[in-house]
Design a protein around this ligand. Structure first.
Ligand SMILES: [Zn+2]
Length: 254
């Protein structure tokens, strides 16, 4: 009896001691999670200062690089890294002055694009990370797909615009919000002109059951690696004739 009472007493003592310790461990765990989540958000939004970012710089001409999305995001606030990309053979572009944001429209760290991934692609203003994503997508996915499926090269990527000071179109819920086009962080791609004279357009080719459709669907799937939002004609009727790509904060591949 005596021994049992002593055990009971020790047990109660231990649980009293453990309780604050457990609380401290929980607090430490929560703090660690908070630090991790903040670091994740900082990487996601491209807000990690250059000197503190352990991810290597992107090389546009190198296929199969890791963490492509976070490395593209790292370009957002790094004009120096963007300037260095202008020497990359996969991109022909000129840096342009920032357009101060007014009424939710404008751009920062953008470029005027002439060609990307070996295809002509003239765009008046596009953010650096969008231009880099396009160059990688065209060089490493679109050109090999075109070669494999058509035995030809893509000479021109057709588009319906990059920058446009406007709200989101085609969604009743989101129509009150600015589109990523309003910050030159989006582009609408409508087709591809090939070196054999053929032009593959989304409006015509997406719903067919042939090589054009297979090419366009593979092109869309591969785009989701470089663009956070990659919408195809399957998304809604507003996109029946183009892919919408952007590098905003949300993710959707459909
Ligand atoms: Zn769009």
């Amino acid at each position: 009896m005596h021994i049992r009472a002593a055990e009971g007493h020790d047990g109660a003592h231990m649980s009293e001691e453990k309780s604050p310790r457990r609380r401290r461990s929980t607090a430490k765990l929560l703090l660690a999670l908070l630090v991790l989540a903040s670091a994740g958000v900082a990487f996601w939004l491209g807000m990690v200062p250059q000197g503190f970012n352990p991810l290597p710089r992107l090389s546009l001409s190198k296929p199969g690089q890791w963490f492509v999305d976070l490395r593209l995001a790292a370009l957002r606030n790094q004009p120096d890294q963007c300037a260095a990309l202008l020497n990359d053979p996969e991109l022909s572009a000129k840096q342009i002055d920032d357009k101060p944001f007014e009424n939710g429209c404008g751009w920062q760290n953008a470029m005027r694009l002439s060609s990307a991934g070996g295809a002509s692609l003239p765009v008046g203003a596009l953010t650096c990370e969008m231009a880099a994503g396009l160059a990688m997508w065209i060089a490493h996915d679109i050109q090999p797909l075109a070669q494999e499926m058509f035995g030809a090269k893509v000479t021109r990527v057709l588009h319906m615009g990059g920058y446009a000071c406007r709200n989101i179109i085609g969604s009743k819920v989101l129509k009150g919000f600015r589109s990523q086009h309003a910050t030159a962080n989006a582009i609408d791609i409508s087709g591809f002109r090939l070196s054999n004279g053929r032009t593959v357009r989304l409006a015509r080719g997406w719903k067919r059951d042939d090589v054009e459709s297979r090419f366009l669907r593979a092109a869309h799937r591969s785009a989701c690696r470089y663009f956070r939002i990659a919408l195809s004609p399957d998304f809604n009727s507003a996109h029946y004739d183009h892919f919408h790509f952007d590098r905003g904060p949300f993710v959707r591949c459909k």
